[in-house]
Design a protein around this ligand. Structure first.
Ligand code: FE2
Length: 295
């Protein structure tokens, strides 16, 4: 069986389920984002079960982006998740050099199947639960030229905004930290603990502090809205992470764009970073914005 280093895992995207994707996109576009690809009908992810409606977008950071996915979803397992959870962050996707071997490796290490391995026209892939039930999608590109287009590392707007990754609320942060290191090849950049709160900042093998700061943050529920969401839905993907050269300006731009205020920019007592929390207006999903952070 192949090991995590041999499977070459790199962070790719965060998927958002939303039934009003056109409305949802506008606050992002007004907040310095760009669309890398729009896929619908039979151009991508062709199956017998239905059509796709995917918009990929991001902002100023190399590689990491989001995928907004709208109903009617293609597969029954997707429709079941939508019925149970509604709008929200649905899965994180990693690229691999060998999807079939990855399925074997993940299932042998505590993941459970959501969508069986399938060969699509442009990639091979599957979906599993991590040990706490969050969805992991794995893709291996198989076409010579097809790729979801990437951003270059170019902070956007005068505020220098970059989308760099996502965070997840865990039931057991230490167990998930070990699992994502041992099984998915992630490595720990930094760890914070204070007053019962625990946060671990991980990244993948392609991390570069200057040009590719893809972050994957595991943390315990801290805010009341996180504790409430975890009580209702279990451990979950909790926010998209942004960094900006000028956090105050990026925050003002976000409010102008239509994002809602949850927490104004202020120094976080745990991480020491100037941090703000925003909520996108359509799906109610959370966004974390910090000053540049490159451990
Ligand atoms: Fe996806």
């Amino acid at each position: 069986m192949k090991t995590a280093p041999e499977l070459d895992y790199t962070l790719h995207h965060l998927c958002i389920y939303d039934d009003k994707p056109r409305d949802n996109i506008w606050p992002y576009l007004r907040w310095h984002h760009g669309i890398t690809n729009y896929f619908s009908g039979s151009v991508f992810h062709v199956t017998g079960e239905g059509h796709s409606d995917y918009t990929f977008l991001g902002c100023g950071g190399k590689a990491y982006q989001v995928q907004i996915e709208a109903p009617p979803f293609q597969f029954e397992y997707e429709r079941n998740w939508w019925r149970d959870h509604g709008r929200g962050y649905n899965h994180i996707c990693w690229l691999t050099s060998d999807a079939r071997a990855s399925m074997e490796q993940l299932l042998a290490n505590g993941a459970t199947e959501v969508m069986p391995f399938e060969e699509f026209p442009t990639y091979d892939g599957f979906v599993v639960h991590d040990p706490e039930g969050r969805w992991i999608e794995i893709m291996e590109y198989t076409d010579d030229t097809f790729r979801v287009q990437e951003f270059t590392n170019a902070p956007s707007g005068e505020c220098g905004l970059q989308m760099v990754g996502n965070s997840e609320v865990c039931a057991d942060v230490d167990a998930m930290k070990a699992w994502y290191q041992d099984v998915m090849g992630m490595r720990v950049l930094e760890e914070f603990k204070s007053n019962g709160y625990h946060e671990v900042v991980l990244t993948d093998k392609d991390y570069d502090a200057d040009s590719r700061r893809s972050l994957f943050v595991l943390h315990s529920a801290r805010h009341d809205f996180e504790k409430k969401h975890q009580a209702e839905h279990g451990p979950y993907i909790s926010s998209i992470i942004y960094q900006a050269k000028n956090v105050d300006r990026a925050y003002d731009d976000a409010i102008w764009a239509g994002m809602k205020e949850i927490q104004k920019p202020a120094k976080d007592p745990c991480t020491g970073l100037v941090t703000a929390v925003l909520q996108e207006p359509c799906g109610g999903n959370m966004l974390t914005l910090t000053e540049p952070y490159a451990p």
